[in-house]
Design a protein around this ligand. Structure first.
Ligand code: PDD
Length: 286
């Protein structure tokens, strides 16, 4: 069951107009909230980022934070699977025709669509995944969680075509992020990560990783990371709400470090899992 514009309905029957600006212009924003054993993880942070994205595209949030929270919790209970990725989407709705001006008054379309969440298996984490690198040719507002993901889709499919899991994006010689993840680099025991800017999404998982590093005295440098540093890394990780923390052990067909997941990735994953279970034991959303 999904929620679309005020109604709960089966996914198969859900319809929006061809005039919806999400369809015509990708004029909208989204979130993906991970849910474990029916407990939403970091829901407030996801709703806050949704608000930031909406503000960035000058679209009034159709729901209050309390309404969002209630609807997401309802959506979670309506599914017959326990671990979920709940997709939230708001578009600018329909105008009278296909034209650029914002419709006034705006009547946003709101979607809540839970899907099963399958996180990386222990085997995959123990083995790591392969990635390729590409020039980051996306726009200059990658901080907005925009529906306009064509560049991300094309870039990631270049990786998938050759059996790799992710495409790492480089802009002007510096690491920005993955096509659908943030990227961390480990060199000599120090965790390196690009600072938040308009060139990357401010990841919820990225924040958790930095919080856990600070709480556990893991050395961190938040600063621009060069392409050269990426290629000389001891470890590379990708992070996202759906992939959690996943070691990248091959980049452009060259081994990362010794070609096996590194010790800091294993440590951070253990911290992340412990933190997650602790939050869930206390009832979820934090
Ligand atoms: N994507 N950067 C990009 C471009 C992303 O698309 C994502 C996540 C992230 C990681 O953000 P977070 O830790 O908040 O999930 C970084 C989601 C999962 C998606 O589009 O499906």
């Amino acid at each position: 069951m999904i929620y679309l514009n005020g109604e709960w309905q089966p996914l198969s029957g859900a319809r929006v107009s061809v005039l919806d600006r999400g369809f015509l212009f990708a004029d909208g924003v989204y979130e993906v909230v991970p849910v474990y054993s029916r407990h939403a993880f970091r829901l407030d942070e996801h709703l806050q980022r949704l608000q930031t994205s909406l503000d960035s595209i000058r679209l009034t949030n159709p729901l209050s934070a309390t309404e969002w929270r209630d609807l997401v919790l309802q959506a979670i209970t309506r599914q017959d699977f326990d671990d979920q990725q709940v997709y939230l989407q708001v578009t600018r709705g329909c105008g009278p025709n296909r034209d650029f001006p914002f419709p006034a008054p705006a009547k946003p379309s709101t979607l809540i669509y839970p899907m099963p969440l399958i996180t990386a298996s222990a085997e995959l984490k123990a083995q790591g995944v392969s990635a390729i690198s590409r020039e980051d040719y996306r726009w200059l507002r990658c901080d907005i969680k925009s529906l306009a993901l064509l560049a991300n889709v094309l870039l990631r499919n270049e990786a998938l075509d050759i059996g790799c899991a992710e495409t790492i994006l480089i802009r002007d010689g510096y690491l920005s992020e993955g096509a659908a993840s943030n990227i961390f680099v480990v060199k000599n025991g120090v965790l390196l990560c690009p600072p938040k800017s308009h060139l990357m999404l401010s990841g919820i998982t990225y924040d958790v990783v930095l919080e856990l590093a600070a709480a556990n005295a893991i050395p961190v440098e938040v600063r621009p990371v060069s392409d050269g540093e990426l290629r000389n890394a001891n470890e590379i990780w990708m992070t996202s709400s759906t992939r959690e923390i996943l070691p990248i052990t091959r980049l452009d067909d060259v081994a990362v470090g010794n070609g096996r997941p590194g010790p800091l990735a294993a440590r951070m994953d253990a911290l992340y899992q412990a933190f997650k279970h602790n939050v869930l034991r206390q009832g979820g959303a934090s």
